[in-house]
Design a protein around this ligand. Structure first.
Ligand code: CP
Ligand code: NVA
Length: 304
């Protein structure tokens, strides 16, 4: 049975931990995995822009001995109305895996349903699982553990926040999501992880109060206020999210051991101040690098 990588809630904690262990091994001795996906081809459908996801997948599959095929928004007959079902069936005859970044999450679920090869979610409006699992790899590197840490996410509780919630609950971290009204986590996402969080005694706190949310956090995380596809709301978002910038005061509230994370791209002066993202607590470039190692582990797990 093929396995897809669409949401972290589709995996057990043990399966996710195994992918993190594999990613560590791949990072430590990449040459061991040189030919792991020899002769395999990953189709990479991008209906939105990307720097990290695109390059880390393309470089990753190349380093594993396979090749990546970049398929931009205008490249496929999908753009002219060919159905997702026909596209999935046809691509499965040529490819060994499909990575897709697009708007609607249900399109990715449909594509996976019609494809006989693994489908990897490279970001939808709903979530971003590759990002959050790579972030867990980075956190484990920095703290030597995941269990019992506290992550505070500040800003728009968007696709990245949803995947961070799922990752935290699967891997034993407490999470607080700090957002103003109108920008809080969807009920659907909360519901998807509520039972598991309760059974593991993990706290999932939603608050509008930044100081309350970040106190004692080990990790302060933020993301852009205007995600791809929301450009027409930009001015309103800038106004509504004022007061949720991660700045030196927010880092002080968290305490001296707190590290700063951001999935990037960042907007200095909006969701984060330059002093924080370019300061000593920031680990954003280690985070970006780990996308490569983690996604190689995902591809090896799904496509080998
Ligand atoms: N963090 C992330 O997914 O970056 P890109 O949009 O550049 O791929
Ligand atoms: N929330 C952002 C993440 C980009 C990696 C977006 O969806 O645009």
């Amino acid at each position: 049975m093929k396995k897809d990588f669409i949401a972290l809630t589709d995996f057990s904690s043990a399966e996710l931990s195994a992918m993190l262990d594999l990613a560590d091994r791949i990072k430590q001795s990449p040459q061991e995995f040189d030919g792991a996906l020899k002769g395999k081809t990953l189709g990479m459908i991008f209906n939105k822009k990307s720097t990290r996801t695109r390059i880390s997948f393309e470089v990753g599959i190349f380093q594993l001995g396979g090749r990546g095929l970049f398929l931009g928004p205008e490249d496929l007959q999908l753009a002219r109305g060919e159905s997702i079902s026909d596209t999935g069936k046809v691509l499965s005859r040529f490819l060994d895996g499909i990575m897709i970044r697009t708007y609607s999450h249900s399109d990715v679920l449909d594509l996976a349903g019609y494809s006989s090869v693994p489908v990897i979610n490279g970001l939808t409006d709903f979530n971003h699982p590759c990002q959050a699992l790579a972030d867990m790899m980075t956190i484990r590197e920095k703290f030597g553990k995941l269990d019992g840490l506290k992550l505070a996410y500040v800003g728009d509780s968007n696709n990245v926040a949803v995947s961070l919630l799922f990752a935290c609950v699967k891997l034993g971290l407490h999470i607080s999501l700090v957002s103003p009204q109108g920008y809080t986590l969807t009920k659907e996402a909360l519901e998807m992880s509520r039972e598991e969080a309760e059974s593991k005694n993990l706290s999932v706190v939603l608050t509008e109060n930044v100081q309350e949310g970040v106190t004692d956090a080990d990790i302060i995380y933020t993301d852009v206020w205007t995600s791809m596809g929301q450009e027409q709301e930009q001015q309103k978002r800038l106004n509504d999210l004022k007061g949720y910038t991660v700045n030196d005061q927010v880092m002080q509230w968290a305490g001296p051991k707190a590290l700063f994370m951001h999935c990037l791209p960042a907007h200095r002066g909006e969701e984060v101040s330059a002093s924080v993202i370019d300061g000593p607590a920031s680990i954003v470039f280690d985070q970006a690098e780990n996308r490569l190692h983690l996604q190689k582990a995902v591809m090896v797990t799904l496509m080998q």
